[in-house]
Design a protein around this ligand. Structure first.
Ligand code: GSH
Length: 260
């Protein structure tokens, strides 16, 4: 049995849902309320010491880290495969997923917090906010969140995060000149991995980042046409988050005009 601890709007949880959907696997979900601190409770920290979603439990075995979970699923359930057959394309796939893990995931977290999620924390009292931040296991993530909450789009982390995504989208534009998908002509875990992040960039009003990148736009169309987009992402979109993102659109537009 496959059990996934996840959250409706979490990009890395969505990444695993996309892989599960692509493979047609049945799974049971435990939905975590991240704002209520569900991922920071001791019983969950025993499964995932990082205090984040997703976590996969398969027949009693625990797997954490969304990229590792996706590769685990491809090992445990090889058909249909989501990794290219050649060693070279496999290396290309891993470079893309590594870039997400090393840089782009933190960057999207920064952008999400600075633009929108901070609004969910601003009603907290200073003591409540401190208690929330103190519980975040990673000091780096804790300080990044603090800065985003306190300073929003004026945080010093905001423009570098925007730049990380802008450079990544240009790299995608370049690679798609020679192939249909990120790792080559095989649709792979690189493409499934980026799908939820592209959705988040749109929600944050940052789709202008690929307006002039027509191959990224066409790849996005191909991604969103897959049934896995509907079942793993669209079906889980939380209306209150969508309203929050929409309410921030004008502020983002004027910040981008000012930044570029
Ligand atoms: N490297 C981890 C990152 C996981 C992560 O940052 N998850 C976020 C949601 S996308 C989370 O659970 N944040 C906790 C919170 O917002 O309280 C992975 O890929 O699984």
């Amino acid at each position: 049995m496959l059990q996934l601890y996840h959250n409706d709007m979490s990009v890395c949880a969505a990444k695993v849902r996309v892989a599960l959907a692509e493979k047609g696997l049945d799974w049971a979900g435990v939905h975590m309320n991240l704002r209520a601190g569900d991922a920071l409770r001791p019983d969950y920290l025993a499964l995932n010491p990082n205090g984040v979603v997703p976590t996969l439990v398969h027949d009693g075995g625990v797997v954490i880290e969304s990229t590792v979970i996706c590769e685990y699923l491809d090992d445990a359930f090889p058909d249909p495969g989501l990794r290219p057959a050649t060693a070279f394309e496999l290396a290309r796939m891993r470079l893309w997923t590594k870039r997400l893990d090393d840089e782009l995931h933190a960057a999207i977290g920064t952008l999400s917090m600075c633009i929108a999620f901070r609004e969910q924390h601003l009603s907290k009292t200073p003591a409540e906010l401190e208690a929330y931040l103190r519980a975040v296991p990673s000091a780096e993530a804790r300080e990044r969140r603090r800065m985003g909450i306190e300073r929003g789009m004026d945080a010093p982390t905001f423009v570098p995060a925007l730049d990380s995504w802008s450079r990544a989208l240009q790299a995608i534009e370049d690679v798609l000149e020679g192939s249909a998908w990120l790792a080559g002509d095989t649709f792979s875990l690189a493409d499934t991995g980026y799908m939820p992040y592209i959705v988040r960039l749109e929600h944050l009003g940052l789709d202008s980042l690929w307006r002039a990148r027509r191959r990224v736009a066409a790849w996005r169309e191909r991604l969103f046409a897959r049934p896995s987009y509907r079942t793993a992402i669209e079906a889980w979109l939380n209306p209150s988050y969508l309203a929050l993102f929409a309410a921030r659109r004008d502020a983002v537009r004027s910040k981008l005009e000012w930044t570029q």
